[in-house]
Design a protein around this ligand. Sequence first.
Ligand code: ADP
Ligand code: MG
Length: 609
Amino acid sequence: MAIQLLTETVIAQIAAGEVVERPASVVKELIENALDAGAGSIHVSIQNGGQRLIRVSDDGSGILTAEVELAFARHATSKLRNTDDLTRLATLGFRGEALSSIASVSQVTLVTRHRDDSIGIQLRIEGGTVTRRQSVGAPAGTVITVENLFYNTPARLKFLKKETTEKRYITSLITRYAMAYPHIRFLLEQDGREIFRTSGSGQLADVIVKTLGLEHFRQMLEVDAQDSARDDRPEVRVYGYTSAPEYHRADRTHITLFVNGRWIQDSSLSFAVAQAYQNVMQDGRYPVSILMIQLPAHEVDVNVHPTKAEVRFRDSHAVFATVQRAVRQAVLELINAPEVSSGYSVISPDARERFNFPSSSDSRFSGFGSNWYSGQDQLEMDLSLDNPGQVALRRANNDDTDWSDIPEGMGAPDKPRTLPVLRVVGQIGATYIIAEGPAGMYLIDQNAAHERVIYEEVEDIIVGGKTPEYLTLEQFTFDVSSADSRALELQSEVFQALGFLLEVFGPNTMSVRRVPALLRQVELSDFFREIVKLLRDDPQMGEDVFRDALLLRVARGGSVRAGQVLKTEQMQDIVRRLERSRTPLSCPEGRSTLIHISGDQLAREFRRG
Ligand code: ADP
Ligand code: MG
């Protein structure tokens, strides 16, 4: 064959091989673009493992009409101008290769509207050639649909794995990104079924519970360590979650690492993580970890590999050391000092002195604590009951999803644990939960504990400027006097903040359009009767006082009762949330939530030395 220059199309297809290996790589590039565009919400929809269709929608900046074709040109990027920029990169993308590569091996439809454009644009590209371009109305943001991936490169198509495998890769990818970006709402649908959804609450713990299941989440330890810059060493921060020594896997693939928000593969760093478990984890087993590593941009060279999955550190030794120390510290803290933080009145100083926290070498440790985690996966609990007249909320359906291949763990510590990790043993009198912790036995009042956690959680949501989940009611009204109605109206902002929507329905009738979802099992006429009475007693009640009173009643209404038989998952859920409460030892009404009896106290009672 004579020497000839390859056509642009062939060059693009060859280059595509490096970036677009499989459907999951397309998803990864599109998600990264959405993140770079400042999206708050990313919706991924997949058909047939992504080969038939991948659609990623975001509410980010959108692309300017004048630039849409350029976005698909090779080496066209808005994120980089010169090589110096590489040292201060704040975006995940920078090569300008993804869209052109993807478009060269599939049929792409782009619908986008830039925030500054009044009208959107739709572009259709087949095998790299634009076949349609038209103006369309569209919300600000971008929707990219990739159809029939590799339809024009049969060799690649042949290398695709089974549909179920590709699906798993994609799920695994999305869950990882969801954990690295807990502030972003992610939604994954495969073949029309919702597979995974996050709320964007910023609570890493929420995302992990959805990904790993509650039981496994309870076996994760928080990691948070920072080494400040010294001499020639960079500042490095490591945070996230890593498993307790009892929770392990057969290989290192469950160690997930993000560097400055970028998911990377780095065998020496995963080795550092695994090594931190030396002598505490059985040989040949590896932890489950999700760690975020943060260091100044100029300390990392991200331009090493087309998929950007490898990076090079200027001072890899420092990064290695910080990661290892951070993980080791979390593991050792668990082993040495799993104590109830001091200062709580329920535990007398005398009793606290007597807590003699066992160390790992102490035989009592294995006796008491060795199985304070039990193994099986728990998915989200569902306390909802059907209530006529209410529109049920849609919930993520995690059933029959294969999670085995899914990245496990992760996140920034949102709230430090104030109680140790507890294992639920059972329930007494349908009223108290018995739990075991490293320092003994805990008897928990299920109603008081649940009230406490709901109170704080709803308070956090409100303080964060968000509205708690609510139920839309089809028809609910109650009678009021005109004075009551005025008093209620005065508090309308407080009602709204908590997820209520009240409207004047007639001269003496209020209509309730929405209530917090927590009240799904509550008799609403009783509830509002009480609220009306509260305001009648003090019609000029300040908003803050009313807010607290209303919040308390929502917490009361939403919590499990004494005398209610609970499933293990429900008890575990309450206990897990209580572990994270700021003030876990009393309910918002001042009752105690728990009684603690130390291992020593028990031993003394039974005269065991
Ligand atoms: P890179 O991300 O490396 O810049 P891409 O080929 O992935 O390269 O994207 C090319 C350009 O298209 C980006 O630089 C960006 O300006 C624009 N772009 C791509 N996807 C989006 C999106 N979802 N929202 C806004 N702009 C986008
Ligand atoms: Mg990109």
